[in-house]
Unconditional design. Sequence first.
Length: 275
Amino acid sequence: MITYKQKPDSRLAGVIDHFYAVQIPIHSEPIIQHLSPNLELMLVFNFGDPIRYSFGNKALAEHSFSQVTLIGPLRQMLNYELRPGDDLLVIGFTLDGFFRFLSLEKITIESLTENESVLAFPSLNALYLSLVDIPDFDPRVAYLTSHILRELSPSEDAASTLLDHASLFHQDVLNPVKVMADHHSLSERTVQLRFKKYVGYSPKELLRFLRFKKVIQQVINQPDTPWFDLIEAFGYHDQSHFIKDFKQYTGLSPKEFRKLQENGNFCISFPDRLY
């Protein structure tokens, strides 16, 4: 398996977190990979045969993607099968970046992801056909960068007032929604609704995810840490509360997840900006 990952041009900061590509040599064996939940919207360009994928602990046969597919916000572990000859390029959007790229002011994330395929958008269909003729990663990223910069629209004012304060979610002593509401003379309910509109998930969901992200990083960096130490360190009520989050985000129990991670096919992908 050949992988590539590149940070975007600085002009795309706050729009794209990364470009990522996977190419499977023709004589390789099929493999199943597992990607961590990360709340990203991912635009996937598939230049090979349809690829089977699923979420959590569901069977791979549930979905497949080909050509252009939108996945996300990624709330559960993504499982996908890579076979000889597969060639994927993924754009990981952050914050309201995807909507700034396509200028979709009146379309919600829920309506976009209901059927997953976004080939109905002529601009993405044309973009895919252009990328098919570019076989290598760096020229593909250069082409995408130029294209996205031409199409990019500014954030709406209502989005900017909230997303400029994203760093508040890392400050455990503060209630970020209350701080945003007070700073902009808005109600907390308005902040919650606007946040979900522009990024696709609520502030409460983000805070829950950020805690789980820290747990996953601890499990990977210090795999021998006892579960009860993690429960206490990260403020879970009890063992059942801790297990519930694991099953919510991965579809697995903590024990099952640790075994999967030890097998080496689990990939961490956490955006830098917001998270």
